[in-house]
Design a protein around this ligand. Structure first.
Ligand SMILES: Cc1cc2nc3c(=O)[nH]c(=O)nc-3n(C[C@H](O)[C@H](O)[C@H](O)COP(=O)(O)O)c2cc1C
Length: 237
């Protein structure tokens, strides 16, 4: 099984997103997956110009000369696509969004209706990869606030995007109080270590079962520390 994670944090390898991706991929490798952790902040990926050269002039070819082709080379024979992002204004980071917009070059112009009768583009991945379905999607995000509800808009957007990619979101890991994971405070050490182990468990389950078990998901969703105490600590800084 091949898994590629795209890290959309502008902080790159110093980000909480990176830490989370590394643990999930570690668990996935333990179950035999081949993994890539791709740091978008280290690459030059320009904004989509919206010219549709990639659809109407040269199929799948973008006019922009940057690292996008290299980034997309990991899509070959891909089983699971992990999108990692900090929560920015309730949504993906601009960096991840720029990358996602550029993926249009690899999509299809043609329209079909989904099982609910709603229009979408046809599955270009399947067409291009001898019938292999589009990779399943895993979302990994962290934000500054404590509650899981903070990720509602991101979750909705990702489900819509997956639908249009003829895929589905098979697992979501939303970490409120994310900045705690990057702290060196000794008192937090056991909490962070336990959470890292949970992320590895999630990675193993994603490879074995293509989902995260209810038990692991429930543990992943528990705030690292009580929300009111967290808020108080932030306010007293
Ligand atoms: C521009 C910007 C917007 C943000 N918006 C939110 C937000 O809407 N909700 C939230 O919980 N945290 C928000 N945050 C906090 C980040 O999600 C948080 O610092 C996170 O830990 C950064 O993750 P990273 O280290 O992976 O980049 C925002 C931070 C920035 C810089």
């Amino acid at each position: 099984m091949k898994i590629v994670a795209y890290n959309g944090s502008p902080k790159g390898k110093n980000s909480v997103t990176h830490l989370m991706l590394e643990e999930v991929l570690k668990g996935a490798r333990e179950k035999g997956a081949e993994t890539v952790n791709y740091t978008l902040s280290e690459k030059n990926i320009k904004h989509c110009k919206g010219c549709f050269h990639c659809w109407f002039v040269e199929k799948n070819k973008c006019i922009l000369n940057d690292d996008m082709e290299e980034a997309m080379s990991h899509f070959e024979d891909l089983d699971i696509l992990i999108l990692g992002t900090p929560l920015y204004f309730d949504n993906v980071s601009g960096m991840l969004k720029v990358f996602l917009d550029r993926c249009i070059a690899y999509g299809s112009y043609f329209i079909e209706k989904d099982e609910h009768g709603e229009s979408k583009h046809i599955d270009a991945y399947k067409e291009k990869h001898n019938g292999k379905p589009a990779p399943k999607i895993v979302i990994i995000s962290n934000g500054g606030f404590g509650e899981k509800s903070q990720f509602q808009a991101l979750e909705f957007m990702m489900n819509r995007m997956a639908r249009n990619m003829s895929s589905e979101v098979i697992a979501k890991i939303f970490r409120g109080q994310g900045p705690l994971l990057g702290m060196k405070d000794e008192k937090l050490r056991p909490i962070i270590d336990d959470y890292r182990k949970l992320l590895q468990q999630a990675g193993r389950e994603i490879v074995m079962d293509k989902c995260i078990s209810i038990e692991t998901q429930e543990k992943l969703d528990i705030p690292l520390i009580p929300v009111d105490i967290y808020n108080q600590q932030i306010n007293n800084r």
